[in-house]
Design a protein around this ligand. Structure first.
Ligand SMILES: Cc1cc2nc3c(=O)[nH]c(=O)nc-3n(C[C@H](O)[C@H](O)[C@H](O)COP(=O)(O)O)c2cc1C
Length: 199
């Protein structure tokens, strides 16, 4: 059984990012079926997670749970789910040079020492995650899309905290530019997505 964790940060009905991600997911499914492999896709909608307020009281409670080794506390369910996935698919529209805040909050929730990563005695993060690949699916209205604030941040987390080296960006940009043909751009990105399947 291959477990795909689909982290969905799209909020608009008719989201183009979601369409692109759905195309990727159906191809991943097809590919697994061709190999007679079973596949399970679990979806997490980051905008619907009831996030705790990360204040001092919360941090103290979390530290106490971790010090007691209470990794099975419900607070850590999202982190355990992330650590157990074989493949991660993230869908995030490009917002304000980055991604929706709900995705950042999701990472604040799942970055738990002892579950998704740990630190070496020298202070370097070491992965405790199972996933071998991560797909980052993104669409942007314009074409000024520098990597460092959005995808680049996720890529660095994936490589350095979660030990995932196979990281693919699937994007469609310039969708909202005057005179652009968003449908044609999306179709091209879908073809590109299919051509870069690695799982
Ligand atoms: C809150 C918000 C912020 C946005 N910020 C940017 C931006 O910084 N740069 C850009 O090129 N497009 C920006 N856009 C446009 C979106 O990236 C674009 O419309 C995208 O395709 C939306 O994805 P969706 O169809 O999945 O919702 C923004 C849109 C919204 C709603």
């Amino acid at each position: 059984m291959t477990n795909i964790l689909f982290i969905n940060s799209c909020v608009r009905s008719g989201s183009r990012t979601k369409r692109l991600a759905d195309c990727l997911l159906s191809k991943l499914k097809e590919q697994a079926e061709d190999r007679n492999e079973q596949i399970r896709i679990e979806e997490v909608r980051t905008s619907e997670i009831p996030y705790p307020e990360i204040d001092e009281a919360f941090l103290q409670r979390r530290d106490a749970l971790l010090a007691a080794g209470a990794y099975d506390d419900p607070l850590f369910s999202p982190a355990r789910q992330f650590a157990a996935a074989d493949c991660i698919v993230i869908a995030a529209p490009y917002w304000d040079l980055s991604f929706p805040a709900s995705l950042k909050r999701y990472f604040e929730l799942i970055n738990v020492t002892g579950i998704t990563f740990k630190y070496t005695p020298e202070g370097y993060p070491q992965s405790l995650c199972r996933a071998a690949s991560l797909y980052y699916v993104m669409t942007a209205g314009g074409t000024f899309v520098p990597e460092e604030y959005g995808y680049g941040y996720i890529k660095s987390l994936a490589q350095n905290f979660y030990g995932i080296q196979d990281i693919r960006l699937i994007q469609a940009v310039g969708l909202d530019i005057d005179g652009a043909d968003p449908e044609a751009i999306l179709q091209e990105s879908m073809l590109h997505a299919v051509s870069m399947l690695t799982m």
